[in-house]
Design a protein around this ligand. Structure first.
Ligand code: NAD
Length: 293
C-alpha cells in the first residue's frame, strides 16, 4: 500500500523553522513580520481558513491583524482597507480571503494590492512572472508551493516526470501546472471539458488534483506507483461529526492507497502546507523589506 505523505508533520517542521527565523529577526533588528488578513462577508469555510491562519501566525511569532468587512460593503471600502495596509510599513503580507461576495470585482481589487505584499501570489504580475522562463515571481501561490514542497520533502523526483494537474483555477490548478513545469515535469492539464480524463491521468507519475469533486479520481485512474497530491477539500454532510460535516478530497482514498506509491490524506495533507507557505512568504517579504538575511 501507498506511503502516506504527512502534510501536518511536514508543515510543523516548516513552522518551527519559521518561528526560529522570526525570533532571530526580533533579536537582531527588533522587528517581526506582519500579516494583514481581510475578510469580506461571513462564509463559514473562509472563517475557518482565516482562523487557522491567524492561529498559525501566533504560533510562529508573526504579528497578525484581522479586518472584517460586511458582506454587502462597497468596492471602495475594500480598496481603502487594502490601500491602508499597502502603506503600512509594519505589514509585509496582505491576504484578501477569496472568494469575495459576487457584487465585488475580484480582479479590480486584486490589482490594487501592492506587489511586494502579495503573499498569496495572486497578483497578475506574480502569476505572469511565474509563467515566464527566466523570470522570478516575488511570491509563489501558497497551495501550489505547498504541493511542490510535499513532493520534494518526500523525495519524489519531478524533473522529466509526467505530471497531470486536475483543475485549472487561477489560485490552484493553473499556478501548480506552471510550477511543475519550472521543475521540469511534462505537464498535462485536465479540466471540466476534458474528454477521457482517466486515460490522461493514467499516464502520470505525479497527479495533483484540485477539482473540488469528491471521489473524482478512482483507483483505475492511476498508474501503479504514481504519487498523488490531493488538494480537494470538500465538505460532506455527516451528522456524526462535530460541525455536521467532514472533509474529503477529490481522490477515492481507499482505492488510491492500493495503486499509488504515495498519497496525501485529507485533512492533514495539503491544507497545513498552504498555511505554512503563507507564513514562509510573509517571513520572506519582511526579510526583503528590512534587508535582513
Ligand atoms: P475552482 O472551482 O475554482 O476550480 C475547479 C477546477 O476543476 C476548474 O478548473 C474545473 O475545470 C475543474 N473541474 C471541475 N470539475 C471537474 C471534473 N469533473 N473533472 C475535471 N476537472 C474538473 O476550485 P479551486 O479554488 O481551484 O479549488 C479546488 C479544490 O481545492 C476545492 O475542493 C477547494 O476547496 C480546494 N482547495 C484546497 C486548498 C488547501 O489549502 N488544501 C486551497 C485552495 C483550494
Amino acid at each position: 500500500t501507498a506511503a502516506i505523505i504527512d502534510g501536518k508533520s511536514i508543515a510543523g517542521e516548516i513552522m518551527s523553522r519559521i518561528a526560529c527565523e522570526v525570533w532571530r529577526m526580533k533579536e537582531s533588528i527588533g522587528r517581526v513580520p506582519g500579516l494583514a488578513v481581510i475578510m469580506v462577508g461571513q462564509r463559514r469555510d473562509s472563517q475557518t481558513y482565516v482562523r487557522n491562519k491567524i492561529k498559525a501566525c501566533e504560533e510562529t511569532g508573526i504579528k497578525s491583524s484581522m479586518t472584517e468587512l460586511h458582506g454587502n460593503c462597497k468596492e471602495d471600502e475594500v480598496v481603502n482597507v487594502l490601500s491602508r495596509f499597502n502603506a503600512d510599513p509594519s505589514i509585509h503580507g496582505i491576504l484578501l480571503q477569496l472568494p469575495l461576495p459576487q457584487h465585488l470585482d475580484e480582479e479590480k481589487i486584486l490589482d490594487v494590492m501592492s506587489l511586494e505584499k502579495d503573499v498569496d501570489g495572486f497578483h497578475p504580475l506574480n502569476i505572469g512572472n511565474l509563467a515566464m522562463r527566466g523570470r522570478q515571481p516575488l511570491f509563489i501561490p501558497c497551495t501550489p508551493k505547498g504541493c511542490i514542497e510535499l513532493l520534494m520533502r518526500s523525495g519524489v523526483e519531478i524533473m522529466g516526470k509526467k505530471a497531470v494537474v486536475i483543475g485549472r483555477s487561477n489560485i490552484v490548478g493553473l499556478p501548480t501546472s506552471l510550477l511543475l513545469q519550472r521543475h521540469h515535469a511534462t505537464v498535462s492539464i485536465v479540466h471540466a471539458f476534458t474528454k477521457n480524463p482517466e486515460q490522461i491521468t493514467c499516464e502520470a507519475d505525479i497527479v495533483v488534483t484540485a477539482a473540488g469533486v469528491p471521489n473524482l479520481v478512482r483507483g483505475n485512474w492511476l498508474k501503479p506507483g504514481a504519487v498523488v497530491i490531493d488538494v480537494g477539500t470538500n465538505p460532506i454532510e455527516d451528522p456524526s461529526c462535530e460541525f455536521g460535516y467532514r472533509l474529503t478530497g477529490d481522490v477515492c482514498y481507499e482505492e488510491a492507497v492500493r495503486v499509488a506509491s504515495a498519497v496525501t490524506p485529507v485533512p492533514g495533507g495539503v491544507g497545513p502546507m498552504t498555511i505554512a507557505m503563507l507564513l514562509s512568504n510573509t517571513l520572506d517579504s519582511a526579510k526583503r523589506a528590512y534587508d535582513f538575511t
